[in-house]
Design a protein around this ligand. Structure first.
Ligand code: GLU
Ligand code: ZN
Length: 300
């Protein structure tokens, strides 16, 4: 088993991150597998070296370990480029010049429906066209979802082991077109978009179990479709519940959510952090026990 934790170095790690990282670590450890850390620094405009070092410090303090050097997305841009070239050559991408406002306006037409997908508003298809010539770089490129679904053989499915949706999840073309739509896979400023990078990364690292928050469950449909298009293996997914405070509010959404570093400065121990998020010591756990951890809440 190979799991990973892939934080973006754009701010401090909070309890929710700690939970995700420890869970991924504990699952790998319990199975005699490997836990990897990946630095998701694709967005260079928001990533900072200081936050990256803070991530290393916090995770080491929590007692986690991983093989080094760890993968940093900013060093893998040519891999994302190759994947984009491949999708372009398959005729599945097209350039889009719409602003957010253009999209809203197009969607306000009477025959259109405003639908919020895993990647924001479902795109109305304004710029959809059959691509020709070489792939434009530094452009926004969208995936033509209808063509992409046609190009992959059914059944497209994945195994989910998280507490909310455990079972076999099947993607239907109709739902992908209606609820997800033409997602952005390349951004003007960043090259690859998250959905493309995460799929390339997980495959390149041989991740067998993706452990991450339930907020990414819907986006997994996009990832599984991209794996099928790019001929990459589909890992098992475990979307854990999000850490909420005693009032049920997601910690990540609280303005005063406290950083791990703050708890540490206040004298809490890693065991205290584990207790706060409802995780016992790794050696006391089996995977079954971990899957049954549900809806962790905490007093902050
Ligand atoms: N950097 C992403 C995040 O923090 C990683 C998501 C993932 O685990 O796929 O949300
Ligand atoms: Zn457009």
């Amino acid at each position: 088993m190979k799991t990973r934790f892939a934080p973006s170095p754009t701010g401090p790690l909070h309890l929710g991150h700690a939970y995700s990282a420890m869970l991924a670590h504990d699952m790998a450890t319990a199975a005699g597998g490997t836990f990897l850390l990946r630095i998701d620094d694709l967005d260079q405009s928001r990533s900072r070296p200081a936050w990256e070092s803070q991530i290393y410090d916090d995770l080491h303090w929590l007692g986690l370990d991983w093989p080094t050097p760890c993968r940093r997305e900013s060093e893998c841009l040519s891999e994302y480029d190759a994947a984009l070239d491949r999708l372009w050559d398959m005729g599945l991408l097209y350039p889009c010049t719409c602003s957010r406002r253009d999209i809203r306006e197009a969607l306000s037409a009477p025959q259109e429906t405003l639908r919020e997908g895993p990647d924001g508003l479902v795109y109305p298809g304004t710029c959809r066209a059959t691509p020709s010539g070489p792939r434009p770089h530094h452009a926004t490129l969208r995936l033509d979802m209808a063509k992409a679904c046609e190009a992959t053989a059914a059944p497209r499915q994945f195994t989910e082991t998280g507490p909310q949706h455990a079972g076999t999840i099947t993607l239907t073309g109709d739902a992908m077109i209606r609820d997800v739509g033409d997602v952005v896979l390349s951004r003007k400023d960043m090259g690859a978009a998250y959905h493309l990078a995460v799929v390339v990364d997980d495959a390149a690292q041989g991740i067998t179990h993706v452990v991450r928050g339930a907020d990414l469950f819907q986006a997994t449909n996009i990832h599984v479709l991209l794996q099928a298009l790019l001929g990459l293996p589909t890992p098992i997914y475990h979307h854990h519940d999000l850490i909420r405070d005693a009032h049920g509010k997601r910690l990540a959404k609280r303005d005063d959510a406290r950083a791990i570093a703050t708890y540490r400065d206040e004298g809490l121990t890693p065991a205290d952090i584990r207790a706060k998020v409802g995780l016992t010591r790794p050696e006391a756990q089996t995977i079954g026990a971990i899957s049954s951890v549900s809806s962790p809440t905490t007093e902050v």
